[in-house]
Design a protein. Sequence first.
Lengths: 322, 336
Amino acid sequence: MSLDAAMVRATAPAILPGSGGLRGALSDLFWRKPKVLLLLMLLPPVLWLGIVYIGSLFALLAQSFFSIDEFSGLIDREFTLKTYGDLFQAANLDIILRTVTMAALVTLASAVIAFPIAYYAARYARGRWKALFYLGIMLPLWSSYLVKIYAWKLILAKEGILTWLLAKLHLLWVLDAWLSLPIVGGNSLSVSFTGTFIVFVYVWLPFMILPVQAALERVPGNLVEASSDLGASPGQTFRNVLFPLALPGIVAGSIFTFSLTLGDYIIPQIIGTSRLFIGQAVYSQQGTAGNIPLAAAFTVVPIVIMGFYLWGAKRMGAFDAL
Amino acid sequence: MTSAVSFQKASRHFGSVRAVDAVDLDIAPGEFFAMLGPSGSGKTTCLRLIAGFEQPTSGSISIFGDRAEGVPPYRRNVNTVFQDYALFPHLNVLDNVAYGLMVKGVGKAERHKAAEEALSLVRLPGYGARRPGQLSGGQRQRVALARALVNQPKVLLLDEPLGALDLKLRENMQEELKSLQKALGITFVFVTHDQGEALSMADRVAVFNDGKIMQIGTPEDIYQRPRTRFVADFVGSSNVLPPDFVQRYSGQHRWGSLRPESIRVGRAAKGVTSGEGVSARLVSTNYLGATTKLALDADGLRLHAIVPAGIALPAEGEAVVLTFNREHLHLMDEPA
């Protein structure tokens, strides 16, 4: 047996012949010129992103520099900044401020809730528990977004399970006290900004947990030990080691939560007050009102805000550890 | 005098795994103490027990007379140089070194001054502005050392500190660590699996196996007078001789050990069956530079001999006669 193998080895050529055919020729070509393969792989997504996606974005931006004729309701295709001026009307400015405040609060709350979960998953969960963690985070993403929102509407409604539970615990007065507050309050949680906030946090939380977990996973465990060894209390270790090293993950997650909240128009419509968010404003301006230029100008707002946000994050050094 | 570190029947079990099992240990203040053993022998867990990263499951540990069980690492005046250094990647070298003082609330100017001094101590002055990622392995090691020393710990723990360095650098660092320890007078506890490192640097060595200390003694003790087969084999790969063999040369039916450098190898005279020496066959030779290591087969017993370079050697496969000074045959305590 081993003698046979040795015989085969002795007669085998040092250089094997090409496998022939188109596949063989292509393999050899790709090996000799790796850039050809790279070009072939990148061409479709670049075409898609470059032409269809960025192209339509620019078409949208162009629309924002047109204006609407207030008498005829027709679009005047001449360059003007008038539409942007309209954004600064009190009612529109209100919408922008409301949306940005909500997005900031949702991001902050998501980060605070996500951190311990991500920390547990990165530091302690192993094997089966890790699989369970991923399943728990991803499972809500598998079901329809609308189903989840309507489920929350039922949970938060006056006749819903939350009110029932608080009544059983004799804590209904806490809910009533909260709902009687201005701005955040309302008739029930399902028609208040508090409800909108809760549902936003619920829906976007996975997008915060996963990047934070990935960032924490890259922090070697012995850095935490080293910090403790050098005399840092757990709080000091969090402030000086864990938080700075997790910051790129938190920023990445906050880009999701912040921008998704800025653009969403379904959640505030189903759960919340009748006051508009940017997404709803865009929806109604381009639909019922037929004011495409103002709708386009509204869409530019989140883009500009995100630009400033990323610039600020970079200046804070959020991406230094990448 | 109180010990710097004292273990009384200290154990650390992980489920059914006895990482450290009823260890008694006393390390004197100012001592350079090495914990030597193969991986998984419990030496690193012992170090982690002193640092406070692990708590003993039973027994007690005290540091300079103070009980240490239940005391978190950040309340122990003990610092560690980690195996892979564990420098903070988001801080520059100066802030890394000053970290311990920073968390203690020492002002910026003062702690930076102390950190600069610590960096000069490890011969890295002026490296403060760099990031750990920009340093070589040897430089990172020095930064880790400075970061620990700047806190003036009562005990400095070193976990395989030289493991990642290349040979030349390692030899330099060994000398430097030794002189640093002498100059500072701090108790050093040093974990290594490299017996050469332990023997050359430490005042005393504890040899670990299976969570237990097999032997504690001066390097000379450990090397010349191993108490068990394990110690003889692990420290310097001594030849372990079975009781029957030992009986022929010493008259006692005990396990024995013989250093490879104590064996002399001569060509077998034709027609003469072993008179004085042990007849054997040369299996292979291993050239090591200053010396040559010979693998020998003496009637089924595998022996190693180390001979100085420059001696004419028999060919592989040739019959040889081994002789040794009987005083060099060490009898071990381990029962036959």
